[in-house]
Design a protein around this ligand. Structure first.
Ligand SMILES: C[S@@+](CC[C@H](N)C(=O)[O-])C[C@H]1O[C@@H](n2cnc3c(N)ncnc32)[C@H](O)[C@@H]1O
Length: 263
């Protein structure tokens, strides 16, 4: 909870989320309750469904927690501030709206830079059927949980690669490396340090196949060869969903697209 509160405070200016609804054929009129008892039954059912959804989000975030010892060890090992290891997730609904904005499709090679429990990587492969999905996570205990989740969905294994390490490491981006061909990148970077953001800016600039990058923390400077698309995309995050429930309007995700003239 303390971690959640820290994340929420840091992200406070931009908190929010949207309610999902089951798609209905355009021609079908919405079914309205005819009696008070039907109305009560239906509203208590939707409240229960919403409570269960928020509960699942809270549990997912708690699963991502690591000990202070692991956080400090990881941060020291890679030379970043321990706050980089703080956990929170984009929710499945949040990633669905982000993927639509990024036009994520079967032709894409997707990467989640700081992939935590691997949920977004698996969602990209399962729901959006991307050609390949790569997750890079520096906290070993989270990486291990992601590997276990992948093992429980063997059909996805040929298209998913999970790496435990620093997502800014030059060897991952070098020719033939697992990030060398990516087309779409997602970075849940609210608590990434300025040094890490600058390193990632350089990696993104050098990744010639990359067509779009989405990041919670804006880059300190627009990567050369890209343009920031406005407005940012409001997406549901685990911390905002728990804090604001149905009144949340989404946390802005900054979207950088490859400029057409390549300048
Ligand atoms: C806020 S969580 C996001 C999890 C997931 N990507 C999502 O969007 O739901 C950020 C994750 O990035 C990881 N991380 C931070 N710096 C990293 C780095 N340099 N390389 C790899 N992972 C990093 C943290 O350990 C944490 O698990």
């Amino acid at each position: 909870m303390a971690r959640l509160a820290v994340l929420a405070l840091l992200a406070a200016p931009a908190l929010g989320f949207q309610l999902s609804s089951t798609p209905r054929p355009a021609s079908a009129p919405p079914h309205r309750p005819h009696t008070m008892s039907e109305w009560r039954r239906r509203s208590s059912h939707s409240q229960k469904a919403e409570a269960a959804r928020l509960d699942a989000i809270a549990r997912a975030s708690a699963e991502g927690d690591v000990s202070a010892i692991e956080a400090e060890g990881v941060a020291r090992r890679y030379g970043y501030a321990p706050q980089c290891v703080t956990y929170g997730e984009i929710t499945p609904k949040g990633f669905t709206s982000l993927a639509a904005r990024l036009r994520l499709c079967q032709a894409d090679i997707f990467a989640d830079l700081g992939s935590g429990l691997g949920r977004v990587v698996l969602q990209a492969a399962e729901q959006f059927d991307v050609a390949a999905a790569v997750g890079v996570e520096m906290a070993p205990s989270r990486h291990d949980k992601a590997v276990a989740s992948l093992a429980s969905r063997p059909a996805l294994e040929p298209r998913v690669q999970l790496i435990c390490g620093d997502c800014a490491a030059a060897e991952l981006w070098a020719t033939g490396g697992p990030l060398s061909n990516l087309t779409v990148a997602w970075i849940s970077s609210t608590l990434f340090s300025s040094d890490l953001m600058e390193l990632l800016t350089q990696r993104v600039e050098q990744a010639s196949s990359l067509r779009v990058v989405a990041t919670l923390r804006p880059f300190l400077r627009c990567p050369q060869g890209y343009e920031e698309e406005v407005p940012p995309e409001p997406c549901e995050m685990s911390w905002t969903a728990q804090l604001y429930g149905g009144d949340d309007i989404g946390t802005p995700v900054h979207v950088y697209v490859r400029a057409l003239d390549g300048s």
